[in-house]
Design a protein around this ligand. Structure first.
Ligand code: ACM
Length: 264
């Protein structure tokens, strides 16, 4: 069964959660996709300058307003949404992404591989990689820099993911092209939703985000790619079941041919 997957690339306004959520939902209101991915930290912006600032902007998941608003939208539209959020859990703050669907909130993933100054604000993710079996396929989540570690997409694929929802705030230029390989080597679809614009807060180094969000097929084809700078909603059709066939040719199976005993 074919589904339509979409993503919204934009430049969040730092610290203005209600404005960022309004903007995303206004765009999603005219989208007809079954699965939509929003960028990493889409509701807060990226460049925190203190733990206190990160804690003030972080929300509990799923009780916080951002999760609730997206869960309500998912329910009304019968769509799945994966979105990046700063998550507060007691004294800890995580760089997380939650998944919602027609029945509302589904679950949360906390970023495993923290990038650069994220290590100053966020605790390393403690959920491990997660895959949810849904009515549109098996959905896994990784966040931005997780892509740099091939183990992330491999683990999600070995767990059975058909599609990897990949909220991102990319500053290095490599990811969009690299996702072709990640998808090819695992025969998995990926939706990399990046942001645009730049942030230079509190005298810290300026960060220029590279846009270029991308939907990649399980055969390594770029199904849709956004511009570097533009606020854009893009979508593509895919059949998630295609990702379940790991047979490369008559003799090679991507998973059965692995030799983990040689990998150490
Ligand atoms: C990143 O992980 N936000 C580069």
């Amino acid at each position: 069964m074919k589904i339509k997957a979409g993503l919204f690339q934009f430049a969040p306004s730092f610290g203005d959660i209600s404005r960022n959520v309004d903007r995303a939902l206004a765009t999603l209101a005219s989208a007809s996709a079954d699965l939509i991915v929003l960028p990493e930290l889409f509701s807060t912006g990226y460049q925190f300058t203190s733990i206190e600032e990160a804690r003030d902007l972080a929300e509990e998941v799923p009780s916080g307003l951002t999760t609730q608003r997206l869960a309500d939208f998912s329910h009304e539209r019968s769509a799945f949404i994966a979105a990046g959020i700063a998550e507060r859990d007691g004294d800890r703050i995580f760089n997380s992404a939650f998944l919602t669907g027609p029945e509302g909130y589904i679950g949360v993933y906390r970023k495993t591989h923290l990038f650069h100054e994220e290590k100053l604000w966020f605790s390393p993710g403690d959920t491990g990689f997660r895959v949810w079996d849904t009515t549109i396929g098996r959905l896994g989540v990784m966040i931005c820099f997780d892509w740099f570690f091939p183990e992330s997409a491999r683990t999600l694929s070995l767990m059975g993911a058909d599609i990897i929802a990949h909220p991102a705030n990319l500053v290095l230029p490599f990811c969009p092209d690299a996702m072709v390989t990640r998808c090819l080597e695992n025969r998995v679809f990926a939706i990399t939703a990046n942001r645009t614009g730049s942030e230079e807060r509190g005298g810290r180094e300026r960060l220029d985000f590279i846009g270029t969000s991308q939907i990649t097929s399980c055969r390594g084809k770029i199904l849709a790619r956004a511009s570097r700078d533009g606020e854009e909603y893009i979508e593509a059709e895919m059949d998630p079941a295609e990702a379940q066939d790991k047979q490369l040719n008559r003799y090679n199976n991507l998973f059965a041919d692995r030799r983990p005993e040689k990998y150490r």
